[in-house]
Design a protein around this ligand. Structure first.
Ligand code: FAD
Ligand code: NAP
Length: 550
């Protein structure tokens, strides 16, 4: 059968923050666009992650689009950290306001993405078997959209309720009066554990690695704060764009041992009250650089846990001692440690007693058996490469993306990868997405990609590709940057080490969104160094540019 579907300028996977902004920009430039989304509607992360307590932990006034002044004036966030339902309403509002839904096919999974060199086009194969062709392929498929395989031994034997935080599909009342297990203690678990504890007969938390959990200090946003923000939004957004983490920074100039122990303690106390990413972990400049400095902050948090958790045995299990504070993502919760004071909540250390198997009604560890009616799986995601490999991206010359990256991820700016022409990742691996307010990174990436495409079109060029040299330079820059920090010392999804068999390469650029933006802008100004456009390349070392813009 001949495919009569018209060729579009831009094919895009995903209808979350990334895909929707890509559709908006394409419409602005008058390009044809076809988007595909597995879910029945827009939202991405905020469509899928509906578990009790789900909310953002980057403040909503920053964790939102900045591209439209009218949008940011019209929309009013109700809370410091909006709940999932409010973020989803916001994304729906954006889709309706800018008429973006019409560009997407929902309930549609992309199962293969093949470069056709003679035509200079990408061909997508959809789960229906149909195909679609377009000039450029944008992956807005998300960094945290592929739930990790259920690698918990014996789970298939269990016959009670099994529910995963990333695909939550039951009302919380289904857990009422039940003996519930939660497996995992990352950000998702930290948000849902206190709410499950309120309804469960008994909750047993199965913890593999204790993490640092700060009180989120969520609160309603007073009108005065909203008005103040709205009166100054453009300047606030500009500050976010040029910051380290995509949020306004709290200026800090000294190192942990520049001040006395007493002053350090007072400052950690004040920072603990602030919470958020500008809290304790951001109090001194060297907390992510020097393990001894970090230990002062880590021990401060452990002291808080000992103060809050009344049972010393439980507190000892909850105290994080296996990694420095912030080296894997800190968590923000409401009454998290307090929840372990409830008589119906216990914690099991899987370091001491790993799960051996499960029966129809029990979790069996090395030390005993725990009867439960329901298991909540909160074990995280196959970050970045999970969704990208799901697209089965391939070209005849290079082969499959998963083979090109079999020893680890290699990208140019986290946006392109050598050997895959006209393929762009929005907030991809080795971009600042991992350690930033992701919406800032998404907007910057989409702006840069669409400017590059426009530049190529102006030159009459149809094919754009990262050069191997540009990519090597970028990989070196990301590695050198992370190797100066404590991020490099800790196992987590940041490094791919949460998934068995995944090569451990650090999956982000941690030099800050501001510096990254300067780099991207500078490369564009110089004629897109590191990119081959219609067979032409501007040769220059990206490493040198990185030093110049430092
Ligand atoms: P996603 O929102 O993940 O959307 C990708 C979409 O692509 C999905 O809907 C998926 O179904 C679709 N897709 C993937 N593969 C295919 C395919 N083959 N075919 C068709 N469709 C496909 N970041 C922050 O900065 N601050 C926060 O507070 C924050 N909180 C988070 C809370 C949770 C629970 C999680 C899981 C993540 C959080 N994040 C946060 C990260 C969050 O993922 C990003 O902020 C952002 O939502 C990513 O948007 P996206 O559009 O790039 O990807
Ligand atoms: P996660 O941070 O990767 O946490 C997964 C948890 O499950 C960890 O405690 C992990 O232990 C444990 N685990 C994994 N596999 C296991 C196994 N086989 N057996 C027992 N335990 C296992 O995942 P997440 O909580 O879903 O969060 C992922 C990311 O999404 C976050 O880091 C954050 O970026 C984002 N997020 C943000 C928010 C928010 O507050 N806005 C909320 C949710 C998610 P180990 O540490 O030992 O691997």
């Amino acid at each position: 059968m001949t495919d009569t579907t018209p060729i579009v300028d831009v094919l895009c996977v995903g209808a979350g923050f990334s895909g929707l902004y890509a559709a908006y920009k394409a419409a602005e430039k008058d390009w044809t666009f076809a988007g595909f989304e597995t879910a029945p509607d827009v939202g991405g992360t905020w469509y899928w992650n509906t578990y009790p307590g789900a909310r953002c932990d980057v403040e909503s006034i920053y964790y939102s689009y900045s591209f439209s002044e009218e949008l940011q004036q019209d929309w009013t966030w109700s809370q410091r950290f909006a709940p999932q339902a409010e973020i989803l309403s916001y994304i729906n509002h954006v889709a309706d306001r800018f008429d973006l839904r019409r560009h997407f096919s929902f309930n549609t999974r992309v199962v293969a993405s093949t470069w056709l060199p003679e035509a200079g086009l990408w061909e997508l194969t959809l789960d229906s078997g149909e195909t679609r062709r377009g000039r450029y392929l944008l992956a807005g498929s998300g960094g945290l959209s592929a739930p990790k395989d259920l690698d918990v031994p014996g789970l298939e034997n269990f016959t009670g309720i099994t529910v995963s935080t990333s695909r939550w599909n039951i009302p919380l009342s289904d857990l009422e009066g039940k003996r519930v297990a939660v497996i995992g203690t990352g950000s998702s678990a930290v948000q849902c554990i206190p709410l499950i504890a309120e309804v469960a007969k008994h909750l047993t938390v199965f913890q593999r690695t204790p993490n640092y959990v700060f009180p989120a200090r969520n609160a309603a946003l007073p009108n005065t704060v909203v008005d103040e923000i709205k009166s100054d939004y453009p300047a606030i957004r500009e500050e976010c764009r040029h910051s380290i983490g995509g949020i306004p920074e709290r200026p800090v100039y000294d190192k942990a041992f520049d001040v006395s122990e007493e002053e350090r303690r007072e400052r950690y106390e004040r920072a603990y009250e602030l919470s958020g990413f500008n809290g304790v972990g951001a109090e001194f400049t060297d907390l992510l650089l020097d393990v001894k400095a970090n230990e002062t902050a880590s021990e401060f948090v452990r002291g808080k846990i000992r103060q809050i958790v009344e049972d010393p045995a439980k507190a000892a299990v909850l105290e994080p001692r296996l990694h420095p504070l912030g080296a894997k993502r800190s968590c923000f919760g409401t009454d998290y440690y307090e929840t372990f004071n409830r008589p119906n909540v216990s914690v099991v250390s899987l370091r001491d007693e790993p799960i051996e198997t499960m029966t129809a009604d029990s979790i069996v560890t090395k030390a005993g058996s725990y009867e439960v009616d329901a298991i909540v799986i909160a074990i995280g995601f196959d970050a970045f490469t999970g969704p990208l490999f799901g697209l089965n991206v391939s070209t005849p010359a290079t082969g499959k993306l998963q083979d090109a990256w079999s020893d680890g991820v290699r990208t140019f700016l986290g946006i392109m990868t050598a050997g895959f022409p006209n393929f762009f990742m929005i907030a991809g691996p080795q971009s600042p997405a991992l350690a930033s307010n992701v919406v800032v990174t998404i907007e910057q990436a989409v702006d840069w990609i669409t400017d590059l495409i426009e530049h190529a079109k102006d030159q009459g060029a149809d094919v754009i590709e990262a050069t191997a040299e540009g990519q090597d330079d970028w990989v070196t820059i990301t590695e050198e940057t992370v190797n100066q920090t404590l991020y490099a010392t800790t196992d987590s999804w940041y490094r791919g080490s949460n998934v068995t068999g995944k090569p451990t390469t650090f999956l982000g650029y941690v030099g800050g969104v501001g510096k990254y933006r300067r780099m991207c802008t500078e490369l564009a100004k110089r004629g897109y160094t590191g990119v081959e456009i219609g067979g032409e390349t501007v040769n220059a070392s990206i490493g040198r540019i990185d030093e110049e813009i430092a």
